[in-house]
Design a protein around this ligand. Structure first.
Ligand SMILES: [Zn+2]
Length: 226
């Protein structure tokens, strides 16, 4: 699939990953492998409401490689950090950034294709590339490895004056480090455990990322984390 409308910037000094055209009003930062919940009008991921335009995704580097990621409106030279907008929980050592409204519309338009794409094209790219840009249904999705596996990372809004122009996520401020850390599990009252999976409030397994309804439909009781 071609990446029309996306300029790929390979620049090792600035570590820019991509410039994303944002047409909707919300940008999200998510686990790269976990699908959007198609009924979630409010994103279950940290997000900021921004003006449409071009937004540059860049990797922030630290002593041990990638230390975080930033998405900021093109042309804003020195954004300042505002308040924390949420925390992104990462189970697959990679995050993705995209136009939420555009991806949600594309996923809703063909949920089966979105399923297949997540398992196939998305999974391959997320595992094989340090960073890059994926396309689904004409929507550009920037992805990159967090470098530290699982964790929960704070996301801060970025401001230019009093306007929100993006957000920044710091991988080094891992709140719950390590695979053995106790992560609070939230379960919907109407979504009790199924097999070995544990579900978040939107009905997605926190370990394998699949939706409960889908897992029950295909009778997949074993949670196979990679
Ligand atoms: Zn599972």
């Amino acid at each position: 699939m071609g990446a029309a409308g996306v300029s790929l910037v390979v620049n090792h000094m600035k570590h820019n990953v991509a410039t994303l055209p944002i047409k909707g009003k919300r940008i999200i930062i998510k686990d790269a492998m976990i699908m959007l919940y198609e009924k979630a009008e409010t994103p279950e991921w940290p997000h900021v409401v921004v003006a449409p335009g071009e937004y540059v995704v860049s990797v922030l580097s630290g002593k041990k490689g990638a230390s975080g990621v930033r998405v900021c409106r093109a042309g804003v030279a020195k954004p300042r950090k505002g308040k924390e907008v949420g925390r992104v929980s990462v189970d697959h050592a990679a995050i993705a950034i995209c136009d939420y409204d555009a991806l949600l519309a594309a996923a809703k338009a063909d949920l089966d294709a979105y399923n297949d794409w997540t398992e196939d094209e998305c999974e391959t790219a997320v595992w094989e590339e340090e960073s890059g840009v994926l396309m689904f249904g004409g929507v550009a999705i920037a992805h990159m490895k967090t470098g530290v596996g699982d964790g929960e990372f704070p996301v801060m809004e970025l401001l230019d004056g009093d306007k929100i122009v993006g957000m920044e996520c710091c991988f080094e401020d891992d709140i719950l480090p390590g695979k053995n850390s106790k992560r609070p599990e939230i379960s919907r009252p109407d979504a009790p455990p199924y097999g070995q999976h544990t579900f978040n409030q939107n009905g997605f397994c926190r370990k394998c990322g699949w939706e409960r309804d889908f897992l029950m439909r295909v009778k997949r009781e074993n949670c196979e984390t990679k």
